[in-house]
Ligand binder design. Structure first.
Ligand code: SF4
Length: 362
């Protein structure tokens, strides 16, 4: 018998195989821990988060299929005010549902919601079924919708693979085959299933979606902020792009204008001046410090340093919205989706200037 072993050249990969060695159970356990820990602290503050009522979860998922979370949030509340229960939706004429959907686009989603609500009301006693096969039999319930509603509303251990999840898992595994082709997609779906925890599968699915929407961005993944950085094969192999996303708006979340001075305690005055000009316009300057707020995440510590912004002297200024940025008053701010870290920074800023003595926004 030969004592030679079959070895793989590092980086070599066959169809459907990951570039690095396949995930082990310890790796999966760590992914679950880190991702759920991050989600607990950093999950987007959206109106359907923590929702337990299956009908409301279903409506949110239908809206989110083609609409950004920031746009869907106010429309979700409006839709539920108009159709507060599955029965109310089933009894409404289709025209009323389509009218309420106006502006969200992809009206097929509204038609499917209405058709499925009628079917559930007539055949299933008005309650969404708690089993995967029964969900899949309803209009509009493809694999993603059934997985999302099944895991979030009923705690079923089923994956919900949308575009964000595909991207995150393809990078985590550094998959060689493209995920828009059957072998790549099948490899992602297999891993999505293997990764699911027995408890909180719905939170885990939502955490993966959030990670894709906020950090594992299509063009500029923010690996330095990612809780899975140390476990990510694409990060190790250098196949994930590295540049930071610097726009104020990303992944449906809003944030204060600013930038990250990675690893350095104090940014220079030149950096402050450049940031003011970039975010507010020529002539704006950084004024005195207002407040500091520290935030400890699962994998890193962030120190927010908030300073006043001084408009150009002798000029009448108008606060214009710009690409990806807008001025909002305190009331409008409450309705915007923000991370918990951003909320903490804003609260510190408010305390720093003293309510009524100045305005942070607009
Ligand atoms: S480390 Fe980077 S590429 Fe990997 S999952 Fe996180 S954000 Fe995505």
């Amino acid at each position: 018998m030969s004592n030679r072993r079959k070895i793989r050249r590092p980086g070599a990969s066959g169809p459907g195989a990951a570039r690095l060695s396949p995930p082990k159970s310890a790796w999966r356990r760590r992914v679950r821990e880190l991702l759920l820990g991050w989600y607990g602290q950093e999950r987007r503050n959206l109106p359907w988060r923590g929702e337990r009522e299956p009908y409301r979860i279903w409506v949110s998922e239908a809206m989110l299929q083609q609409t950004r979370a920031g746009t869907a949030a106010p429309r979700y509340a409006r839709f539920l005010a108009r159709f507060p229960t599955l029965r109310a939706l089933a009894e409404a004429p289709l025209e009323a549902v389509l009218a309420e959907w106006q502006g969200l686009g992809y009206y097929g989603r509204a038609r499917s919601l209405h058709r499925a609500a009628r079917e559930v009301a007539e055949r299933l006693g008005g309650e969404l079924p708690a089993g995967l096969a029964a969900l899949r039999a309803l209009p509009g319930f493809g694999p993603y919708m059934a997985g999302a509603v099944g895991s979030i509303a009923f705690g079923l251990r089923v994956p919900a693979v949308d575009g964000n999840v595909l991207r995150v898992l393809a990078r985590l595994l550094d998959l060689a085959p493209p995920v828009d082709k059957p072998p790549g997609r099948a490899a992602v779906e297999k891993e999505a299933e293997a990764l699911l925890p027995r408890v909180r599968p719905g939170d885990f699915n939502q955490a993966l979606m959030d990670l894709g929407a906020r950090l594992c961005l299509p063009r500029n993944p923010r690996c330095g902020d990612c809780p899975l950085e140390a476990l990510c094969a694409a990060r190790k192999a250098g196949t994930a792009a590295q540049r930071r996303e610097e726009d104020g708006l990303f992944g449906g979340l809003w944030e204060l204008p600013g930038w990250m001075a990675e690893g350095r305690p104090e940014p220079s005055e030149r950096e402050w001046a450049r940031a003011c000009a970039r975010h507010l316009g020529p002539g704006w300057k950084a004024g005195g410090e207002i407040a500091r707020a520290a935030r400890v995440l699962t994998h890193r510590r962030i120190l927010f340093v908030l300073r006043r912004a001084l408009p150009p002297e002798g000029k009448r200024i108008s606060l214009k919205d710009a690409d990806g940025a807008m001025w909002v008053d305190a009331e409008a701010l409450k309705a915007l989706p923000l991370s918990n870290a951003q909320r903490a920074a804003i609260a510190a800023g408010r305390r720093g200037i003293g309510e009524g003595q100045g305005r942070l926004f607009g």
